[in-house]
Design a protein around this ligand. Structure first.
Ligand code: SAH
Length: 200
């Protein structure tokens, strides 16, 4: 199955579209929702969490300017769908999830697809993952009320972070943050609705 092209009208980076079209989204959604896998909508994946809509997954990925020499930190593995796309475009993905059964399921699907440049951690994304820092790119898939300092500290110089920021239950602002030495340049992109980032 393929997505209708129009859902990627905002995506200028052909590599992102090519890569997303190689990932079977139906494997990342619950069996009973497979008929909706190629529609541009977010879907529930259990435990109160959701898989984001594919157009947003592609858009957030495009913002990171990934190449196959870059390492990415992802906060919120969820279904593993976004992880798969990052893994296709980057060197390595370090992904953190706080809900164990979601991580287990994501790992199984990604293994089944033969995507093996992913390192998994069960833990709290607010802490980031010091061991492999700094990262060329950081993608946050759950919304904290403000940008976590520890994540900023783990971003490489000239690196980019994409993150939804806002209070739980409200719309959040999707931000692109680019590091320039000790400075962080923040751009507000669009309103989005993500699940809240769970406090440790
Ligand atoms: N990109 C995912 C979307 C996941 S939804 C996908 O494509 O499926 C957000 C995920 O962030 C959920 O799985 C949730 O459990 C996880 N999460 C929430 N708070 C977190 C935290 N503090 N640390 C790590 N993961 C967290």
């Amino acid at each position: 199955m393929k997505f209708p092209n129009r859902i990627f009208h905002d995506i200028k980076d052909e590599r992102v579209i090519e890569a997303i079209n190689t990932i079977p989204r139906e494997l990342f959604v619950p069996d009973e929702l497979r008929d909706y896998a190629y529609k541009d909508s977010a879907l529930p994946i259990g435990y109160g969490q959701t898989i984001s809509q594919p157009s947003l997954v592609a858009y957030m990925t495009q913002l990171l300017d990934l190449t196959d020499d870059k390492n990415v930190l992802e906060i919120g593995t969820g279904s593993g769908y976004q992880t798969a796309l990052l893994a296709k475009l980057a060197n390595k993905v370090f992904t953190i999830e706080i809900i164990e059964p979601l991580q287990k399921r994501a790992k199984e699907v990604l293994k089944q697809l033969g995507i093996d440049n992913i390192v998994y951690k069960l833990g709290n994304g607010y802490e980031g993952w010091e061991e492999y820092a700094p990262y060329d790119a950081i993608l946050v898939a759950a919304a904290p009320p403000k940008v976590p300092e520890k994540l900023l500290a783990q971003l490489k110089d000239k690196g980019k972070m994409v993150i939804p920021v806002g209070k739980p239950g409200r719309t959040q602002m999707l931000k692109l943050i680019t590091r320039d030495g000790d400075e962080f340049i923040e751009e507000d992109l669009q309103y989005v609705r993500f699940v809240p980032m769970i406090e440790g």
